[in-house]
Design a protein around this ligand. Structure first.
Ligand code: ATP
Ligand code: MG
Length: 250
Protein backbone atom coordinates (compact mmCIF):
# COMPACT_ATOMS: atom_id res chain seq x y z
CA UNK A 1 0.00 0.00 0.00
CA UNK A 2 2.88 2.32 0.79
CA UNK A 3 6.49 2.52 -0.26
CA UNK A 4 8.15 2.14 3.08
CA UNK A 5 11.90 2.47 3.15
CA UNK A 6 14.48 3.27 5.78
CA UNK A 7 13.16 4.96 8.89
CA UNK A 8 12.77 8.71 8.45
CA UNK A 9 12.78 8.86 12.22
CA UNK A 10 13.97 6.22 14.63
CA UNK A 11 13.86 6.60 18.38
CA UNK A 12 15.40 4.08 20.72
CA UNK A 13 15.06 3.69 24.46
CA UNK A 14 13.17 6.94 24.97
CA UNK A 15 12.58 7.96 28.57
CA UNK A 16 11.13 11.32 29.48
CA UNK A 17 9.90 13.23 32.49
CA UNK A 18 8.63 16.63 33.54
CA UNK A 19 11.08 16.65 36.42
CA UNK A 20 9.53 14.34 38.95
CA UNK A 21 8.87 10.73 38.01
CA UNK A 22 9.34 9.12 34.64
CA UNK A 23 6.38 9.49 32.26
CA UNK A 24 7.84 7.77 29.17
CA UNK A 25 9.53 4.60 30.37
CA UNK A 26 11.58 3.20 27.52
CA UNK A 27 9.89 3.40 24.12
CA UNK A 28 11.33 2.31 20.77
CA UNK A 29 9.61 3.90 17.81
CA UNK A 30 10.07 4.48 14.12
CA UNK A 31 8.36 5.99 11.11
CA UNK A 32 9.42 5.60 7.49
CA UNK A 33 9.23 8.14 4.70
CA UNK A 34 5.68 8.23 3.39
CA UNK A 35 4.39 6.19 6.29
CA UNK A 36 1.50 7.19 8.54
CA UNK A 37 2.04 5.95 12.08
CA UNK A 38 -0.76 6.23 14.61
CA UNK A 39 -0.34 6.37 18.38
CA UNK A 40 -3.39 5.44 20.41
CA UNK A 41 -3.89 4.76 24.07
CA UNK A 42 -5.92 5.87 27.06
CA UNK A 43 -5.86 9.38 28.53
CA UNK A 44 -2.64 9.99 30.41
CA UNK A 45 -0.79 7.15 28.64
CA UNK A 46 1.97 9.56 27.63
CA UNK A 47 1.13 10.09 23.96
CA UNK A 48 1.54 13.88 24.00
CA UNK A 49 4.54 13.58 26.27
CA UNK A 50 6.18 11.22 23.79
CA UNK A 51 5.75 13.70 20.94
CA UNK A 52 7.22 16.47 23.14
CA UNK A 53 10.14 14.18 23.92
CA UNK A 54 10.77 13.45 20.24
CA UNK A 55 10.72 17.17 19.52
CA UNK A 56 13.05 17.94 22.40
CA UNK A 57 10.71 20.01 24.55
CA UNK A 58 11.17 18.07 27.79
CA UNK A 59 13.82 16.21 29.70
CA UNK A 60 14.50 13.11 27.61
CA UNK A 61 17.09 10.37 27.31
CA UNK A 62 17.50 7.90 24.47
CA UNK A 63 18.60 8.02 20.87
CA UNK A 64 16.65 9.96 18.22
CA UNK A 65 17.77 9.67 14.60
CA UNK A 66 16.21 11.81 11.86
CA UNK A 67 17.09 10.69 8.36
CA UNK A 68 20.30 9.11 9.58
CA UNK A 69 21.33 12.11 11.69
CA UNK A 70 21.37 12.02 15.45
CA UNK A 71 19.18 14.82 16.82
CA UNK A 72 18.57 14.01 20.48
CA UNK A 73 21.19 16.55 21.53
CA UNK A 74 19.76 19.25 19.23
CA UNK A 75 17.44 22.04 20.46
CA UNK A 76 13.78 21.85 19.41
CA UNK A 77 13.93 24.85 17.12
CA UNK A 78 16.88 23.41 15.32
CA UNK A 79 15.05 20.07 14.95
CA UNK A 80 12.51 21.91 12.82
CA UNK A 81 15.29 23.21 10.59
CA UNK A 82 16.60 19.66 10.27
CA UNK A 83 13.20 18.36 9.13
CA UNK A 84 11.15 17.42 12.19
CA UNK A 85 7.91 19.41 12.58
CA UNK A 86 5.52 19.33 15.51
CA UNK A 87 1.88 20.45 15.63
CA UNK A 88 0.88 20.44 19.29
CA UNK A 89 -2.64 19.91 20.52
CA UNK A 90 -4.86 22.99 20.24
CA UNK A 91 -4.63 26.01 18.01
CA UNK A 92 -1.55 28.16 18.24
CA UNK A 93 -1.52 30.23 15.09
CA UNK A 94 -1.51 34.03 15.24
CA UNK A 95 -5.24 34.70 15.55
CA UNK A 96 -4.95 38.40 14.70
CA UNK A 97 -3.06 37.80 11.48
CA UNK A 98 -4.53 36.58 8.22
CA UNK A 99 -4.10 32.98 7.14
CA UNK A 100 -1.60 34.14 4.52
CA UNK A 101 0.40 36.10 7.11
CA UNK A 102 0.54 33.01 9.29
CA UNK A 103 1.86 30.96 6.41
CA UNK A 104 4.35 33.70 5.58
CA UNK A 105 5.58 33.66 9.17
CA UNK A 106 6.27 29.95 8.84
CA UNK A 107 7.95 30.52 5.47
CA UNK A 108 10.48 32.88 7.05
CA UNK A 109 12.51 29.84 8.01
CA UNK A 110 13.16 29.10 4.35
CA UNK A 111 15.59 30.92 2.09
CA UNK A 112 13.77 33.80 0.40
CA UNK A 113 14.17 32.26 -3.06
CA UNK A 114 12.31 29.12 -2.03
CA UNK A 115 9.33 30.70 -0.30
CA UNK A 116 6.96 31.25 -3.25
CA UNK A 117 7.32 27.67 -4.49
CA UNK A 118 6.95 26.30 -0.97
CA UNK A 119 3.75 28.30 -0.45
CA UNK A 120 2.35 27.06 -3.73
CA UNK A 121 3.08 23.40 -3.02
CA UNK A 122 1.60 23.74 0.45
CA UNK A 123 -1.59 25.24 -0.97
CA UNK A 124 -1.80 22.32 -3.37
CA UNK A 125 -1.97 20.04 -0.35
CA UNK A 126 -4.52 22.26 1.37
CA UNK A 127 -6.83 23.55 -1.38
CA UNK A 128 -9.42 25.00 1.05
CA UNK A 129 -6.83 27.42 2.38
CA UNK A 130 -6.70 29.29 -0.91
CA UNK A 131 -9.99 31.04 -0.40
CA UNK A 132 -9.13 31.77 3.23
CA UNK A 133 -5.81 33.48 2.67
CA UNK A 134 -7.12 36.97 3.45
CA UNK A 135 -9.23 35.91 6.42
CA UNK A 136 -8.07 36.51 9.98
CA UNK A 137 -6.92 33.12 11.26
CA UNK A 138 -8.85 33.68 14.49
CA UNK A 139 -12.08 33.96 12.52
CA UNK A 140 -11.56 30.70 10.65
CA UNK A 141 -13.47 27.64 11.83
CA UNK A 142 -11.80 25.10 14.09
CA UNK A 143 -11.26 22.75 11.18
CA UNK A 144 -9.85 25.51 9.01
CA UNK A 145 -7.51 26.57 11.80
CA UNK A 146 -6.27 23.01 12.14
CA UNK A 147 -5.44 23.06 8.44
CA UNK A 148 -3.57 26.33 8.96
CA UNK A 149 -1.55 24.70 11.75
CA UNK A 150 -0.71 21.72 9.61
CA UNK A 151 0.12 23.88 6.62
CA UNK A 152 2.45 26.03 8.75
CA UNK A 153 4.26 22.92 9.91
CA UNK A 154 4.54 21.56 6.39
CA UNK A 155 5.75 24.61 4.47
CA UNK A 156 9.33 23.63 5.11
CA UNK A 157 8.65 20.13 3.73
CA UNK A 158 9.79 18.28 6.84
CA UNK A 159 10.95 14.67 6.72
CA UNK A 160 8.57 13.87 9.58
CA UNK A 161 5.63 15.71 11.09
CA UNK A 162 4.23 14.99 14.56
CA UNK A 163 0.51 15.73 14.94
CA UNK A 164 -1.08 15.73 18.39
CA UNK A 165 -4.86 15.22 18.23
CA UNK A 166 -5.39 17.06 14.94
CA UNK A 167 -9.13 16.36 14.87
CA UNK A 168 -9.91 17.19 18.49
CA UNK A 169 -13.04 19.34 18.64
CA UNK A 170 -13.66 19.18 14.90
CA UNK A 171 -16.91 18.28 13.20
CA UNK A 172 -17.02 14.90 11.43
CA UNK A 173 -16.70 16.60 8.06
CA UNK A 174 -13.73 18.72 9.16
CA UNK A 175 -12.12 15.64 10.72
CA UNK A 176 -12.55 13.74 7.50
CA UNK A 177 -10.81 16.51 5.62
CA UNK A 178 -7.89 16.43 8.05
CA UNK A 179 -7.62 12.65 7.64
CA UNK A 180 -7.79 12.96 3.85
CA UNK A 181 -4.99 15.52 3.97
CA UNK A 182 -2.88 13.18 6.08
CA UNK A 183 -3.44 10.45 3.51
CA UNK A 184 -2.33 12.84 0.78
CA UNK A 185 0.84 13.58 2.71
CA UNK A 186 2.06 10.06 1.97
CA UNK A 187 2.63 11.00 -1.62
CA UNK A 188 4.98 13.78 -0.57
CA UNK A 189 7.18 11.26 1.24
CA UNK A 190 6.67 12.93 4.59
CA UNK A 191 6.53 10.54 7.52
CA UNK A 192 3.47 11.29 9.64
CA UNK A 193 3.05 10.51 13.32
CA UNK A 194 -0.46 11.10 14.53
CA UNK A 195 -1.82 10.87 18.07
CA UNK A 196 -5.58 10.41 17.85
CA UNK A 197 -8.56 10.04 20.11
CA UNK A 198 -10.52 8.99 17.08
CA UNK A 199 -8.73 5.67 16.98
CA UNK A 200 -10.94 3.97 14.44
CA UNK A 201 -10.60 6.64 11.78
CA UNK A 202 -6.88 6.99 12.45
CA UNK A 203 -6.35 3.24 12.12
CA UNK A 204 -8.31 3.32 8.88
CA UNK A 205 -5.92 5.79 7.28
CA UNK A 206 -2.71 4.73 9.03
CA UNK A 207 -0.10 2.13 8.09
CA UNK A 208 1.13 1.05 11.53
CA UNK A 209 0.09 1.86 15.05
CA UNK A 210 1.56 1.88 18.53
CA UNK A 211 -0.68 1.36 21.52
CA UNK A 212 0.69 3.21 24.55
CA UNK A 213 -0.22 2.58 28.11
CA UNK A 214 1.37 4.07 31.20
CA UNK A 215 4.41 5.32 29.38
CA UNK A 216 5.27 2.16 27.50
CA UNK A 217 4.36 0.86 24.06
CA UNK A 218 2.24 -2.23 24.62
CA UNK A 219 1.47 -3.17 21.02
CA UNK A 220 3.01 -2.34 17.65
CA UNK A 221 1.28 -3.66 14.56
CA UNK A 222 -0.19 -2.86 11.18
CA UNK A 223 -3.33 -0.76 11.39
CA UNK A 224 -5.41 -3.15 9.31
CA UNK A 225 -4.56 -5.98 11.68
CA UNK A 226 -5.34 -3.91 14.75
CA UNK A 227 -8.71 -2.92 13.29
CA UNK A 228 -9.65 -6.56 13.17
CA UNK A 229 -8.30 -7.34 16.64
CA UNK A 230 -10.88 -8.05 19.31
CA UNK A 231 -8.65 -6.70 22.09
CA UNK A 232 -8.20 -3.44 20.23
CA UNK A 233 -11.93 -3.15 19.69
CA UNK A 234 -12.33 -3.35 23.45
CA UNK A 235 -9.84 -0.51 23.81
CA UNK A 236 -11.86 1.52 21.30
CA UNK A 237 -14.86 1.06 23.47
CA UNK A 238 -13.05 2.49 26.46
CA UNK A 239 -11.96 -0.72 28.19
CA UNK A 240 -8.59 -1.08 29.87
CA UNK A 241 -5.75 -2.98 28.27
CA UNK A 242 -4.45 -3.94 31.73
CA UNK A 243 -5.86 -7.41 31.85
CA UNK A 244 -5.34 -8.26 28.23
CA UNK A 245 -2.55 -10.54 27.08
CA UNK A 246 -0.90 -7.92 24.97
CA UNK A 247 2.17 -8.59 22.92
CA UNK A 248 5.19 -6.31 22.81
CA UNK A 249 7.17 -6.07 19.62
CA UNK A 250 10.26 -4.35 18.48
N1 ATP B 1 3.34 19.65 31.91
C1 ATP B 1 3.25 18.57 32.69
N2 ATP B 1 3.82 18.53 33.92
C2 ATP B 1 3.75 17.42 34.69
N3 ATP B 1 3.11 16.29 34.33
C3 ATP B 1 2.50 16.27 33.14
C4 ATP B 1 2.54 17.40 32.25
N4 ATP B 1 1.84 17.09 31.14
C5 ATP B 1 1.41 15.82 31.30
N5 ATP B 1 1.80 15.33 32.50
C6 ATP B 1 1.53 13.99 33.02
O1 ATP B 1 2.12 13.04 32.16
C7 ATP B 1 1.28 11.90 32.01
C8 ATP B 1 1.04 11.64 30.54
O2 ATP B 1 0.31 12.75 30.02
P1 ATP B 1 0.10 12.99 28.47
O3 ATP B 1 -0.50 14.33 28.32
O4 ATP B 1 1.37 12.70 27.76
O5 ATP B 1 -0.95 11.84 28.13
P2 ATP B 1 -1.78 11.59 26.80
O6 ATP B 1 -1.61 10.14 26.46
O7 ATP B 1 -1.43 12.58 25.77
O8 ATP B 1 -3.27 11.79 27.31
P3 ATP B 1 -4.56 12.45 26.57
O9 ATP B 1 -5.15 11.34 25.75
O10 ATP B 1 -5.43 12.81 27.70
O11 ATP B 1 -4.10 13.62 25.76
C9 ATP B 1 0.02 12.18 32.80
O12 ATP B 1 0.13 11.53 34.02
C10 ATP B 1 0.05 13.69 32.97
O13 ATP B 1 -0.56 14.05 34.19
MG1 MG C 1 -2.45 14.12 24.81
Amino acid sequence: MTAVGLPALKATGIRASYGVGEIIRGIDFEVAAGEVVVIIGPNGAGKSTFLRALYGLIQTTGLVMLGGQRIDDVAADRRLDLGLAFVPQGRCNFAGLTVLQNLEAALLRLPRAKRAAALESTLELFPPLRRLLRRRAGNASGGEQQLVEMAMALVSQPKVVLLDEPTLGLSPIASEFVFDTIKALRKTGTGVVIVEQNARQALEIGDRAYVFEQGVSRIVDRCDRLLGDRRIREVFLGGSVDDLPLTTES
